[in-house]
Every structure is written in structure tokens, then in C-alpha cells.
Design a protein around this ligand. Structure first.
Ligand code: TRP
Length: 470
């Protein structure tokens, strides 16, 4: 049986609400904005395959581990790790997992919010008819005008941070629970409509080819230059990015899922919930790819356009389809909501910790955390304009890219590795057995094998490869 501890932060009202909220955390800009753009940059099918493998072999088992730790500790990730390490007689250093998660949360929110700000700006673009009849060049110019203007980006970044703080200050249960249950299914339907449009008007066959035709040579290759003069080089980077994205898209490795796990009812099945969440997240990402790439190819755009990809392609579809002004407005509103229900989980671990260990009021904690993330976010705003030049780059990356790389490809996988090691070795087998309560022994044994060996070794290999060890 699971422990009888109570969370001081409250509990989800039901198992269904917990799943909705966690899907809300997982499904976000990662699926609709980031997945298509990095798939475009890393060349398609091979990258998608590696990503799917990482979700199945590393993401799913680690999500189960985070949820079981969360429910066992019933506290903020820092307090949970401290408490469980003590109970299980392991080193107090395990609490570092919680601290590094809080830092990763800040880093991610500080660029996530800027991209969510783009989505907010596009809600108004679309609603005011600004996208009507837009051409591929026109759409590229609209985007360039937006990201070229620090004041506009700053305003929307501020609005989004305030939205996030407002929800977290109230506690996750009021408001968001309800909003998410309606908006997530609506987003799904909108995506289906977009895929339908892309099927009718775009180059669907070429898109499917791009997404699913696996060319293994590309798994370890990075290519630069134009189509005629492609230069390809052996590199583990695509695999590192695919693995990092598996963590990012499932909200793993920083304690967000652990924090949500702390509010899960005692009897809910962690395995069942994890599979539902992972499947929903993956389906949304693939649908986003199938909505976007047909338009990319039909409009002669480059799949490797980078972070602006969906903001340059989807407006072309909205601008030229019947009722596009409405569809466009609704789509971007839903995108904002998807980002919103994710961003709250980025700050929840820090806020919960300030509340349960430092005795802060939730509202104060949320405001302070929001202010810090806002300040860090200024760097992301400027990396698209004033600081976009090479003089301001480090290792060929802007501040925005660096933050994303450090958080997604380094901190999240390392956090995930530590979580797997704590569950598999730091704590006893009895803890996992108790919390997961899997009836079929073989199933539990399989998971146990994966969490102790397969996931840690997988993460280790990808890491060592990416820093050039082999
Ligand atoms: N998973 C979200 C997305 O795909 C982003 C996110 C929310 C996240 N919480 C997180 C990423 C925690 C890493 C860690 O958009």
C-alpha cells in the first residue's frame, strides 16, 4: 500500500482530473512548436524514430518513477527527495535532484514564455484579419516584424508570465482543472481540422515521407548548406536532441511530474496514467507534424526554418482557407492554453517548495518566482533581435538557444538519470513495488529492469557520445 501521507498543497479531485492536468503539462509548445521545428532541422524520419524510441524506453519508465516518488513523498520535489532519501537510508545529496529541477524550471520558463508570447500576438493578428489572404512571403515578413520588435515581445512575455503566476497563486485546483478539461479536447479537434486542411491543400505525401521515411544514415549525421551543396558530418547531436526532446515534451527530469504526482489519489494506477499521458502527448506531436509539413512543402518553405516554423506556415493556411480568420484565432487561443497549462507545471515545484519548507504564502511565492523568470526572459526576447548577431553568441548559439540546449539536452536528461538511479538503487525495491502495485509480476520485473539498466545506460551512452567520448 502507498503511504498515508497528505499533501499540504491539496489533492486532485479525481484520477481523471489528474490525468487531464498531467496531459496539460505534457502537451504544450513542445508538441506543436518545438517538435515540428527540430524535426525539420534534423532531417525528419530518422529523428522521429529516435524520438519515439526515447519516449518508450526512457520517457515512460521515468515518468512512472517520478509519479511514484511524488506520491510517496507527497510534497514539493525538493522536500520529497530529502524525505525519501532519509527514509530509505540514502545520501541527503539526492535532494540535489530537486534543486537542479527548480533551476531547470526557471531556465525553461524564461524562453517558453517568450514563445507563448508569440502565440498571444498571433491571436490578435488572426482575430483582426491580419492573416487574411497572406502569402508565404507576407507570412514570413509578419513573423520577422514581430520578433524584430523587443517592445512587442516584451509586452506579450509579460502578459504570459502574469497569466502563469495568477493560476499558480490560486493553487492548481481552482480554475485550471476546469479549463484544461475543456480546452485540451478542443485543441485536439482543431489539430484534426488542420491536418484535414493540410491533406486537401498541402503536399501530404511528401510530408508523410519526410516524417516517417527512416534513413538511418541521418540518425548520426548533421547536414548544413543548401540542397545542392549539402555538407554532412558524423555527429551524435540528433540523438541527443531527440532524447532531450523526449524529456521536454513529457515534462520529465525536473520534478514537474513529481510535483503533480504528490497530489494523486492513493489508488490511481500510475502505470495506466503514464501510458495514457505518453500516448496523448505523442499523438498530438505527430498530428502537429502532419498539419505543418504539408504546408511547408506546398509553399516552398524550408523545413529547417527554425523556431519560427509554425508561425510562418500555419498563417498561410489560415489566410487562405474559408473561415480562416476564425479558425486561426481559435487555433492560436488553444495554443496559448496548451502553453499555459504547461507553464504552471514549470513553476509548481519551486512554488510548492517555498510554501512547504519556507512557510511562504502561495501568492507571494508565485509572484517572486514569476518575477525571476520574467527577468531571465529578457535575454530570450533580445536574442531574436538586438542580440541575434554572432557577436552575442556563445558556441554558435544565441541566449535563447543556449538556455534551451542547457535545460532540455543537459539538465533534464541528467535529472532523469538521477531519478532512475534513486528509484532503482538509492531506494529499495519495496518502495516501487508498493507504489506501483502492478498485479502482474512479469510486468513489474520488466519495468524494474528498464529503470535500473536500460534507461540509465541509454542516457549515459547518448551523453558520452555527445561530449565526444566515442
Ligand atoms: N512538456 C511541455 C511542452 O511540451 C513543457 C513543460 C512543462 C516542461 N513542464 C515541463 C518541460 C517540465 C520540461 C520539464 O510544451
Amino acid at each position: 500500500m502507498s503511504s498515508k501521507r497528505e499533501s499540504v498543497h491539496g489533492m486532485w479531485s479525481s484520477r481523471a482530473v489528474f490525468i487531464m492536468a498531467t496531459v496539460g503539462s505534457a502537451v504544450g509548445l513542445g508538441n506543436i512548436w518545438k517538435f515540428p521545428y527540430i524535426t525539420g532541422e534534423y532531417g525528419g524520419g530518422a529523428f522521429v524514430l529516435v524520438y519515439l524510441l526515447c519516449v518508450a524506453l526512457i520517457g515512460v519508465p521515468i515518468m512512472m518513477a517520478e509519479l511514484l516518488l511524488g506520491r510517496r513523498g507527497r510534497s514539493s520535489p525538493i522536500s520529497t527527495m530529502t524525505r525519501l532519501a532519509r527514509e530509505e537510508g540514502s545520501s541527503p545529496a539526492w535532494s540535489l535532484v530537486g534543486y537542479s529541477g527548480v533551476v531547470a524550471g526557471f531556465l525553461i520558463l524564461s524562453f517558453y514564455s517568450v514563445i507563448a508570447g508569440w502565440a498571444l500576438a498571433y491571436v490578435f493578428q488572426a482575430a483582426s484579419g491580419g492573416l487574411n489572404g497572406v502569402s508565404a512571403e507576407g507570412s514570413a515578413k509578419l513573423f520577422a516584424d514581430l520578433v524584430g520588435s523587443p517592445p512587442r515581445l516584451l509586452v506579450w512575455h509579460t502578459v504570459f508570465i502574469v497569466m502563469t503566476v495568477a493560476v499558480v497563486a490560486r493553487g492548481v485546483r481552482d480554475g485550471l482543472e476546469r479549463a484544461v478539461t475543456i480546452l485540451m479536447p478542443a485543441l485536439f479537434v482543431m489539430l484534426l481540422i488542420m491536418v484535414g486542411y493540410a491533406y486537401l491543400e498541402g503536399d501530404f505525401v511528401r510530408a508523410l515521407d519526410f516524417l516517417f521515411d527512416v534513413n538511418f544514415a541521418k540518425v548520426f549525421e548533421i547536414c548544413t548548406g543548401s540542397a545542392e551543396q549539402l555538407q554532412c558530418q558524423f555527429s551524435g547531436e540528433p540523438v541527443l536532441v531527440a532524447m532531450g526532446h523526449a524529456f521536454f515534451t513529457l515534462s520529465l527530469g525536473m520534478g514537474a511530474i513529481m510535483a503533480y504526482g504528490a497530489y494523486v489519489p492513493d489508488r490511481a494506477s500510475i502505470t495506466g496514467a503514464t501510458i495514457t499521458i505518453a500516448v496523448a502527448d505523442t499523438v498530438v506531436a505527430l498530428l502537429a507534424g502532419m498539419a505543418i509539413f504539408p504546408i511547408v512543402f506546398a509553399s516552398g518553405l524550408e523545413p529547417s526554418a527554425g523556431p519560427g516554423l509554425i508561425f510562418q506556415t500555419l498563417p498561410i493556411a489560415f489566410g487562405n482557407m474559408p473561415g480562416g480568420q476564425w479558425f486561426g484565432t481559435i487555433f492560436f487561443i488553444l495554443l496559448v492554453f496548451a502553453a499555459w497549462s504547461s507553464s504552471i507545471s514549470l513553476v509548481e515545484p519551486a512554488v510548492a517548495w517555498l510554501v512547504d519548507s519556507r512557510g511562504w504564502r502561495r501568492g507571494t511565492a508565485a509572484a517572486v518566482v514569476g518575477m525571476l523568470a520574467w527577468t531571465l526572459g529578457i535575454g530570450s526576447v533580445l536574442s531574436f533581435n538586438v542580440w541575434s548577431g554572432e557577436d552575442y553568441q556563445l558556441f554558435g548559439r544565441t541566449i535563447f538557444d543556449l538556455k534551451d540546449f542547457l535545460a532540455s539536452n543537459v539538465m533534464l536528461p541528467l535529472g532523469g538519470l538521477m531519478i532512475a538511479l534513486f528509484v532503482g538503487y538509492g531506494a529499495g525495491r519495496h518502495m516501487a513495488l508498493d507504489e506501483l502495485a502492478i498485479r502482474r509480476q512479469q510486468l513489474f520485473d520488466a519495468w524494474w529492469l528498464v529503470i535500473r539498466f536500460v534507461s540509465p545506460v541509454g542516457i549515459g551512452i547518448v551523453f558520452l557520445n555527445s561530449i565526444g567520448v566515442f
